[in-house]
Each structure stands twice: as C-alpha cells, then as structure tokens.
Design a protein around this ligand. Structure first.
Ligand SMILES: C[S@@+](CC[C@H](N)C(=O)[O-])C[C@H]1O[C@@H](n2cnc3c(N)ncnc32)[C@H](O)[C@@H]1O
Length: 289
C-alpha cells in the first residue's frame, strides 16, 4: 500500500470503531489494537488503576485500543503542557489532566474525524468528574502536528506511532514541538524479530498495530536521528500475552504464521519508550533522569 492508502485505511477503520462506541474487534471483525471485549479488563492487564479510571474517565473514553500506560512513565508535574499523539476517544488525555492540574494543559491530536468528535463529546463528562477545564482535542496528522515549535513539555502516545506510514517524520515532529529538555513517554508495539511476509502484508495486521511496528534497533535509530538522548526502551510482555491468551483473532493468525516452536511474544511486544531532548534545566536532583 502507498502512504496515502495506509492513512485512509487506518482512518476508515478507526472511524468505524469510534462510531461503534467500543472496539469493533471480535471473532468476525479483525482489525484494531485490542480485542477489548472488556476494555476495563485490558486496561487493568496493562497497568491502569481501576479506581483512577472510575474516578476520572467519562463513559466511552476507554475503547480498549491501548497497549500500554504512557502516563505512568511520564512523571507529569502540575503546570506542564502535554501532547497525546493519536488520542482516540481521549483515554490518556483525561487521565493526564488531573496530573498537570488547573495550570497545566493536555492536548490530544487525532486524524480521524469520528474519533475527534467522540473525544470532544467526552470533555463535559471529564470536567464534571474532575472540575477541570484543561484538555482539548485538535484534528491533525502526527506527521504534521498542529502545534507551534517548542510549545510542549511532554509528548505521550499510546499504540499509535506503529500506524504511521512515515515514522522518522513523526519523531522529527515530536522533537520540533517539544521545548528544550522536553521529554517523550510513549507506549507502542515494537518488533523483537522481523515478521513473516504474510503478516507484514496483511491490512488487518497493519490496522491491528502489528505489521507496521518497527524493529527495536530501527526505533532507536529514529530517536537518535531526531535528536533524543537518555533513551530507555522497556519491553512490556503483558499486552501480547493477554491478547494471545484471549485468543484474539489477529494474534491467532500471527501465531499460525510463525515457525513451529515460536510464539507472538518472541516477535512483538508492547514497549515503554522514554527519552528527552538535550537542553533542559534540572529543577531538582534526579528530576531529569
Ligand atoms: C490504536 S488507536 C489508540 C487510541 C488512543 N491512543 C488510546 O489508547 O485509546 C489509534 C488512534 O490513532 C489515530 N491515528 C492513527 N494514525 C494516525 C496519524 N498518522 N495521525 C493522527 N492520528 C492517527 C487513529 O485515528 C486512532 O484514534
């Protein structure tokens, strides 16, 4: 597929998920990042706190499309400006809002109109629950962010960069919008080994956050080329293990295409990716580590 084809396929599929109100994955409908028969159970499996979700999240903000918990590695502080790439229905935007408080701001960017409409529709419920008016959602592609240079303290993203047809450009854009010393806290799918061709060329596997995933060394090279330092890549096996155990159709197909004696966890993982730009001012011992 060409880059525009990939983008419009991804947009169409995620638009359908937004309209369905929850993940459309299931035995008959392959093609998204999670089975999410039970989005809350998936969130618990990848490290979200059930009490926090119940307290903060408006109904319908968790579509079960996440593969990690970027807010948990972002060390957010009151007053910071946070950008969420591919914010979906607003899941991590809403969870990060209380962490940056009334003097901070969380901005979600997504290219899918139905996702954006859903996220914006969720703002009233978030404000009712938290008393905060510190979030917004902007239409845009993560390869061409609708934000000014050096305007953001922290970029987060949850299971999105793998979907981009131009990942080096995404990392350059992240570096452009971050302030000097700004940091990234991203969860994404990453390859430990190359996938078989039959999986790499499957549209469902691409939309399902498998086929577009980068190899670990390629990811590291993109971060370095974009100017990042203090790169920390931490594999999180729980997501793939959970989907494999739940007999998710995409992971069943992946398992069937792999060499005998191997399993999806040997090839692909959710990964916590943290890094920062040079030039930050350390406010306290350890705060820039
Ligand atoms: C797997 S979902 C994750 C949603 C959200 N981060 C979450 O965890 O619930 C991927 C989201 O990224 C958006 N997306 C995919 N590629 C994008 C791109 N190139 N630019 C902007 N948004 C994109 C999709 O519209 C969709 O909402």
């Amino acid at each position: 597929m060409t880059q525009p084809d990939i983008r419009s396929t991804v947009r169409d599929q995620y638009g359908a998920m937004a309209r369905a109100g929850s993940s459309c994955c299931g035995p008959s409908t392959n093609g998204c990042c999670a089975p999410a028969a039970d989005p809350d159970a998936l969130a618990a499996a990848i490290g979200y706190d059930a009490g926090e979700l119940a307290r903060i999240l408006p109904e319908g903000a968790n579509l079960g499309l996440s593969c990690g918990n970027p807010g948990s590695i972002a060390a957010l502080k009151p007053g910071e400006t946070v950008l969420d790439l591919g914010s979906g229905a607003g899941f991590d935007v809403f969870l990060c809002g209380p962490k940056v408080g009334p003097t901070g701001r969380v901005i979600g960017v997504d290219m899918t109109p139905d996702m954006l409409a859903k996220a914006r529709g969720n703002i009233a419920g978030y404000s009712q629950r938290t008393g905060l008016a510190n979030v917004e959602f902007r239409m845009g592609e993560i390869e061409h962010l609708p934000l000014a240079d050096a305007s953001v303290d922290v970029v987060i993203s949850n299971c999105v960069i793998n979907l981009s047809p131009d990942k080096p450009q995404v990392w350059r854009e992240i570096a452009r919008v971050l302030k000097p010393g700004g940091r990234v806290a991203v969860s994404d799918m990453v390859l430990l080994k190359p996938l078989p061709d039959s999986i790499r060329s499957a549209v469902e596997a691409y939309v399902g956050c498998i086929a577009g995933a980068s190899l670990v060394d390629d990811l590291k090279a993109m971060l370095v080329a974009a100017g990042f330092a203090k790169i920390r890549l931490t594999p999180k096996a729980a997501y793939v293990a959970t989907l494999t155990q739940n007999d998710d159709p995409l992971y069943r197909d992946l398992a069937a295409a792999l060499p005998p004696g191997t399993a999806p966890v040997d090839f692909i993982t959710s990964m916590d990716i943290s890094a920062s730009l040079p030039g930050g001012t350390c406010c306290a011992p350890g705060c820039c580590s």
